[in-house]
Design a protein around this ligand. Structure first.
Ligand code: SF4
Ligand code: SF4
Length: 320
């Protein structure tokens, strides 16, 4: 149990804050993106958030090969590759001290994430309090996977509720239920991903099956807390857009009382540059995003099956 005094110094790893978002819950939202995720979806729009520790990126296009970062690296992790006109990093030597990031005069080195306390986070959130009041908004914790830092997420949510701020969480739901349960009393709205009903296809694309996700959704539904749940499907052509999958998704959701809507999100490529900066392979580079018409047609198909359960089309700006 986190006490009042310890909660102020409790730390978490935050990727970034986003202010005045209109895509992550009702009204104007402050979105707190946390680091760390147990799933590695090939279409993820925030690959820089997958690790629980801050990450170092490098944009060759902005590098002038001035060599200042190399002098700043006491771990001797950096070198200039003359043939390829870039700075290379020996990951086994890199201690993630970020001296190179602070030294680079051309913003070619990126730092993804920082460690901060609950108090500092709440201070940031409180700067937007007036907007929550006027717009019916609040705070949304996203990621990464918020429940992957269970104590930090739970304490932030609890502090928000003490301040009367509406709370939402966006989750992939692939974590042990205990990590979710600790936050449930403080969540007004849970946005839960349900990417594929077939456990074999889920395993094939994501490396893990969907059993934990389905179980967690049922446990949230059976809990005593009045959390509203919106199930989100990032529509990935060839993975989960079939009639069979959409039908099974609707049937599953219609049986759970706390699910108030299904939200269909379009797949997009907003994170593709970040894969390059992190020297990661972007496996979805050849995947064409669905057209608006196709998205609408798929949502209409689900609506015919969903009865009174609303099926809405979202922006899909944050896809994990
Ligand atoms: S983060 Fe630190 S150790 Fe890693 S390359 Fe940069 S300066 Fe060197
Ligand atoms: S300091 Fe920046 S611009 Fe200079 S070599 Fe390093 S990454 Fe390139």
């Amino acid at each position: 149990m986190t006490t009042a005094s310890s909660s102020s110094t409790l730390t978490g790893t935050v990727l970034r804050f986003e202010r005045a978002s209109i895509h992550d819950g009702p009204g104007l939202r402050t979105v707190l993106f946390l680091m760390g995720c147990p799933l590695h979806c090939p279409w993820c729009s925030t690959p820089e958030s997958s690790s629980l520790v801050p990450q170092r990126g490098y944009n060759q296009d902005q590098c002038t090969l001035c060599g200042k970062c190399i002098s700043a690296c006491s771990a001797l992790a950096l070198a200039i590759n003359v043939a390829e006109k870039k700075v290379t990093c020996d990951l086994e030597r890199c201690r993630l001290c970020f001296n190179c990031f602070q030294t680079c005069p051309h913003n070619a080195i990126k730092k993804y994430g920082f460690i901060t306390t609950v108090n500092e986070t709440i201070e940031q959130i409180r700067k937007d309090e007036i907007f929550y009041f006027h717009s019916g908004g609040g705070v949304t914790i996203s990621g990464g996977e918020p429940f992957y830092q269970p104590e930090f997420t739970s304490t932030i949510l609890q502090e928000c509720k003490k301040l009367g701020i509406h709370t939402a969480v966006e989750s992939c739901m692939h974590v042990p239920f205990d990590m979710i349960a600790i936050s449930l009393p403080w969540i007004d709205h849970l946005y839960a991903d349900l990417k594929q009903m077939d456990k074999y296809l889920h395993q094939l694309w994501l490396g893990k099956d969907n059993l934990l996700i389905l179980k967690n959704l049922k446990k949230v539904d059976a809990s005593d807390f009045p959390v509203a749940v919106t199930v989100r499907i990032p529509l990935i052509p060839g993975f989960n857009d079939s009639n069979q999958n959409l039908k099974e998704t609707v049937e599953f959701c219609a049986n759970l009382d706390k699910i108030i809507a299904i939200e269909v999100l379009p797949y997009h490529r907003l994170g593709s540059d970040t894969y390059r900066y992190l020297d990661l392979d972007y496996q979805c580079k050849d995947l064409i995003p669905p057209s608006d018409e196709y998205l609408f047609e798929r949502a209409t198909f689900m609506r015919k099956l969903a009865g009174t359960l609303p099926v809405i089309i979202g922006s899909g700006l944050n896809q994990n």
